[in-house]
Structure formats: structure tokens, C-alpha cells
Design a protein around this ligand. Sequence first.
Ligand SMILES: [Cu+2]
Length: 167
Amino acid sequence: METEPRRTRGMGIASLSAAGDARRRVLFGLAALLSPLCGCGRKRESEPKVIDLYVASDGDFLAFKPDELTCPAGATVRLTFHHAGRILTTRHNWILTYPDKVEALTKEAEDDDGILPKDEPRVIAATPLCDKGMSVMVQFVAPPPGDYPYICSTHPEDMTGVLHVTK
Ligand SMILES: [Cu+2]
């Protein structure tokens, strides 16, 4: 009576290991297929980077915290802006622009009560306006290396900062 189950167990192990071999072969084949697609052989610099950045209002002060951010050129940036005000109900946003365009954009924002047109060519990236205690996001591709100013369109003179885009 004891030999029956032992033989069955033995067969079970043999067939399991055969299945394991087959699985390894399949995995190896998949890895060989996928490696050219994931660019494993290419240089690291050419791999697209995804960078998460976080910026908030400095509590109820009309300032960004931090007022300097850094990311590499060409990276996909996922930026979150948080309105950290406790009293101030005025809405904020985060708008990235060009060094030589910030002056004109600031004037436009002041003249239009912080409402900028959606296709404003001076804007590289912009979050929607954000209510107190809330967060908003924007995703964009980092521009070529340089220092790019960012502003809040409702407080363009006070809420300013610089995004350092590195090589
Ligand atoms: Cu603001």
C-alpha cells in the first residue's frame, strides 16, 4: 500500500521539472524577443526619463516653495502643484515660460486677471488653476538645457521661480 503513493509522487516531481524546463525556455525566448524593444543594448543617455517634480505655494504667502526646480532636458516631467494655503482662497497655478518671454507673459497675466489663452505661445507648460488645499498636475517634455522661469498667472509678480534644465 505504501509503494503506490511514492511512485505517484516521483512521477509528479519528474513532470514538474519538465514543466519547469519548458517554462525557462519560454522565458528565455521572451527575453530575447523583448531585449531589442526595451533598448537594453543602447546607451543610457538615450533612454527616455520620467521625472516627478513637486511644488507648492508657501502656505498663505504669495510664493512658490521651492522656487527652484531641476530636471534633465528631454525628460518627461510630471509636475504636481499643491495649493498649501489655509486662509487664502485665491487660486494659483504653475506656468512655465521662456526666459525672454516672462516679462510679456507677466504683463498679459496682470491685464487679463490671470486668465491666459490655452494656446498662448509663450507658455511651455501650465497646470489648471488650483483651489486652496487641492493639487493639480501637468505633464510635459523638458525643453533644451537652460533656466526657464515659472510664474503663477494670478500673482505673476510675486509667485515666481526657475526650472533649471540640465543636459
Ligand atoms: Cu498665485
